[in-house]
Design a binder for this molecule. Structure first.
Ligand code: UD1
Ligand code: CA
Length: 481
């Protein structure tokens, strides 16, 4: 909390958002790994407000539960009927015990691109100019639907008029009300009591407070946002996708300026919670989601989706899907690997092509290079698992664990039928179905003995191409002898 911290922030989130055409309340729709209202709360929190109140109405239980989950310190106020933005703020102030001395910031719950920096700048202007109210405005290419900022001949703000209530002349104005305000708390509470509903929507308009306070002789002002895209409210899914693109570009730009190579920002998606080490490289077609971290000098992608996955320094992850996995330093994953929750690859380990892992701890330098499933397993260090092996973990009722030691070499096409343990330094023969423990240093052979039935093709497939090839081979053998 700083000297510039507002006494309260009010987030308006009671509206239904019918234009989303969704069973999910508008403010709970997500972009870049966070709900719309979650983004607004995060921006508001950067200012360290004493109190933060979210006004809920439509689907209030669902919205309030979400707010409690993402920001447990936030308060909620219920607006039973959506009688307008002024009414919503009135409900918020009335829900607090006692009047609010100091600055009250009001923001909408559907403006996910708004930054803490912009809110802080508004709050600073408001305080420095000694205003009773300061509105955040923006020049937009198309002002349709927005409230317009009305200024007098000297350029001073005199009021805000809603699109529906505006004259033709006022509709030509491209400076709009962003819906974000800084107010003097006491003057706001008093003025809200005087807001009328004699407008085209029969609602209590919050912007009317500006005209009321000006009429009382108080200072009112406007702060123009540097980038109008920041204040964009989301009303439908087209705008949701547009906002996602703007936010994603912003996140990637920040990463690139911090020393991350993003080969193709347009095809790269990141959540706000993703972290990078220096010199990380992200190849095209990559989605980095949740609490994913890409370590120093690690390379991920192309065509990779990592969720809640930690990639160690210098590791390589190619054409892979991973969820809840840990990839050790210098480890190699893919192309075409699927790492499921609980996979932990040690330093320099490998999960190669067409390899699936789940709940598996793979030691340093151990390699599972080709076509294998490793589920519910612990493998030691510097072991090599042969191609096309399956850790048979499920007996139809429950899951069982397999332990393989260090410096083992298991043959190709092995089935490890859990629970089973392979000791350190052991070998297994190709094609083995391992159902019993293998002691350290042993070779396990668990497959049928080979039997060759001579002349079978000549007898059973006479005249066939195979028989002719066999005859030719026999003649050649005789010639050579
Ligand atoms: C509002 C402003 C308009 C501004 C625009 C910016 C008013 C009267 N108009 O218009 O000047 O240009 O925002 O986007 O304020 N809400 C409630 N309770 C209500 C009504 C609204 O909580 O009773 C919430 C909504 O959920 C939403 C926000 O307030 O988050 C804005 O409401 P909305 O109906 O979208 O306002 P606009 O008509 O867009
Ligand atoms: Ca409206």
């Amino acid at each position: 909390m700083s000297a510039n911290s507002p006494a309260a922030v009010v987030v308006l989130a009671a509206g239904e958002g019918t234009r989303m055409k969704s069973a999910t309340p508008k403010v709970l729709h997500e972009i870049s790994g966070r709900s719309l209202v979650g983004h607004v709360l995060a921006a508001a929190r950067e200012l360290g407000p004493e109190r933060l109140v979210v006004v809920v109405g439509h689907a209030r239980e669902q919205v309030a539960a979400h707010v409690a989950a993402v920001d447990p310190a936030a308060l909620t106020a219920v607006q039973e009927e959506q009688n307008g933005t002024g009414h919503a703020v009135r409900m918020a102030l009335e829900s607090l015990d006692g009047p609010v001395d100091g600055t009250v910031l009001v923001v909408c719950g559907d403006t996910p691109l708004l930054t803490g920096a912009t809110l802080a700048a508004l709050s600073r202007t408001h305080t420095a100019d000694g205003n009773a109210v300061t509105v955040l405005t923006a020049e937009v290419p198309d002002a349709t639907g927005y409230g317009r900022i009305v200024r007098d001949a000297s350029g001073a703000v005199t009021g805000i008029v809603e699109h529906k209530d505006a004259t033709e002349e006022q509709r030509a104005v491209r400076e709009i009300n962003s819906g974000v305000f800084a107010f003097d708390g006491r003057l706001l509470a008093e003025a809200l009591g005087r807001v009328r509903t004699d407008n085209s929507q029969g609602e209590e308009y919050l912007p009317d407070v500006l005209g009321i306070l000006r009429g009382d002789g108080h200072r009112v002002g406007a702060s123009v946002a540097a980038d109008h895209r920041e204040i964009a409210g989301i009303n439908n899914r087209v705008q949701l996708a547009e906002a996602r693109a703007v936010l994603n570009a912003r996140l990637l730009e920040r990463a690139m300026l911090a020393g991350v190579t993003v080969v193709d920002p347009v095809s790269t998606l990141v959540d706000v919670t993703v972290e990078f080490g220096p010199d990380a490289v992200v190849h095209p077609g990559t989605q980095l989601l949740g609490a994913t971290r890409v370590g120093e000098g690690a390379e991920v992608g192309p065509n990779t989706r990592l969720t809640d996955t930690a990639v160690g320094a210098g590791a390589r992850v190619d054409n892979t899907v991973a969820v809840g996995a840990e990839v050790g330093e210098g480890a190699s994953v893919g192309p075409f690997a699927y790492l499921r929750p609980g996979t932990r690859l040690g330093t320099g380990a490998k999960a190669g092509t067409y390899v699936e892992m789940k709940n598996a701890t793979i030691g340093e330098g151990t390699k599972v290079p080709h076509l294998s499933y490793v589920g519910d397993a612990t493998i030691g260090e510097f072991t090599n698992i042969g191609a096309a092996s399956v850790f048979v973990n499920y007996d139809g009722e429950s899951k069982h664990h397999t332990t393989v030691g260090s410096h083992c070499k298991t043959g190709s096409d092995n089935m490890f039928v859990a629970p089973v343990t392979i000791g350190d330094g052991a070998y297994t023969a190709a094609g083995s179905v391992i159902t019993k423990d293998v002691p350290a240093g042993s070779l396990a052979v668990a497959r049928g003995q080979q039997r060759n039935i001579g002349g079978w093709v000549a007898r059973k497939r006479p005249g066939s191409a195979a028989a002719k090839a066999a005859e030719a081979a026999a003649r050649k053998q005789v010639g050579e002898d």
